[in-house]
Design a protein around this ligand. Structure first.
Ligand code: AQP
Length: 345
């Protein structure tokens, strides 16, 4: 992997950053849209930093005990899915204070108009925006800081985060312009694979989400084999059989979602899956999908359960990760402070 030029004068080390909120249990959407990509990028020529973004999680209410549990469980999910603490830096965001410190600077760079266009805020705040936290509104500026405090060049994410990554580039560009510098890179989003947007099992127009009130809408990484099979059996579909080409799924969001999940879990393209299942009814396809999902997810959930028996080990990994992370973030924040004009000893 060659270094990424920002402008004619600055090159940046290929470095990956991404995070997930410990705001509930991990879903199949998080796994296919994010974690599976994290693992493959760890094997490529990047430095990789992966984060439990606990400061983001509290933009909506989190019970403190559950937040601790969910942060450890998310770390266990990362490790059980193949992220190695020896190859990647694993952290929880609040243990690396430079994220929040740079986040403040970016609050002062980002414009109100930019933030008001963010669709995720509109979706999450819903009709009650006046009652949403200021943190939820400012979330994308902190997310930009999470990425740029490492000078990360690549960020693997699901499709829903595309707009926030565009904002990250806007913030970097405005900072660089205002302070006449090339300090921050133009980070590239990495949105790849057959399942960049896994949809709810109950409604093909809604994203699968850990905070959806309906547990039947999602597959949790901690679900038992029986629960996974039951949820897939009950997943909403239509009465038709499966088409033999991807084009035939265009107006069938629920069918498309199940095929995408199968393709992503089996590392095949949608057309490869349809070559095998074209013409089949859901009565045949759903049990095959359930078997595949159980085969892929059960070893991960078993390993998560094993790791969760040793919470002190997880805490140790996160503490070591924070130390490693700060070797990168402290100098970058110091330099950002110098650029902005903050006196420091
Ligand atoms: N359904 C999805 N399909 C593909 N990718 C997804 N991601 C989330 N849902 C899907 C990706 O997972 C990463 C982490 O997301 P997050 O937990 O930080 O926030 P989120 O996108 O808001 O995820 P949830 O599950 O919907 O959380 P809640 O319910 O707490 O808001 C991101 O890369 C995201 O793209």
């Amino acid at each position: 992997m060659s270094e990424t030029p920002n402008t004619t004068s600055t090159v940046f080390t290929p470095r990956v950053f991404s995070g997930i909120q410990p705001s509930g249990g991990l879903t199949l959407g998080n796994y296919l849209g994010a974690i599976k990509r994290f693992v493959s990028m760890q094997e490529a020529a990047f430095e990789t930093i992966y984060c439990m973004v606990d400061l983001h999680a509290i933009t909506v209410w989190q019970d403190p005990k559950e937040l601790v549990h969910n942060t450890r469980e998310l770390a266990a999910g990362f490790i059980a899915s193949g992220i190695s603490p020896e190859k990647s830096i694993l952290i929880n965001q609040s243990q690396v204070p430079e994220h929040a410190q740079l986040g403040w600077i970016f609050n002062c760079v980002a414009r109100m108009g930019w933030m008001q266009r963010m669709t995720q805020f509109k979706d999450k705040a819903g009709k009650n925006a006046q009652n949403a936290s200021l943190g939820l509104f400012g979330y994308p500026a902190l997310m930009a800081a999470d990425i740029l405090v490492y000078h990360a060049t690549h960020v693997p994410v699901g499709e829903d985060q595309k707009q926030h990554l565009e904002l990250t580039r806007d913030i970097a560009a405005k900072f660089n312009h205002d302070y006449e510098t090339n300090f921050f890179p133009m980070t590239e989003p990495v949105i790849e694979g057959a399942a960049t947007r896994v949809m709810s099992l109950r409604d093909g127009s809604k994203k699968m989400s850990k905070s959806d009130p309906s547990d039947a809408s999602r597959i949790n990484m901690t679900d038992t084999a029986d629960t996974i099979a039951k949820k897939i059996r009950k997943a909403k579909t239509d009465p038709d059989g499966l088409p033999s080409e991807a084009k035939g799924l265009e107006l069938r969001p629920e069918a498309r979602n199940l095929i995408n999940i199968y393709a992503a879990l089996s590392d095949q393209s949608v057309n490869q899956v349809l070559t095998e299942y074209g013409g089949a009814q859901f009565g045949t396809f759903k049990p095959a999908l359930a078997d595949l999902a159980v085969a892929k997810l059960s070893p991960i959930s078993d390993e998560m359960a094993r790791l969760m028996n040793e919470p002190a080990e997880i805490d140790k990994i996160l503490a070591r990760g924070a130390q490693q992370a700060r070797e990168i973030t402290v100098p970058i924040l110091k330099k950002a402070y110098d650029i902005v004009g903050m006196i420091r000893a």
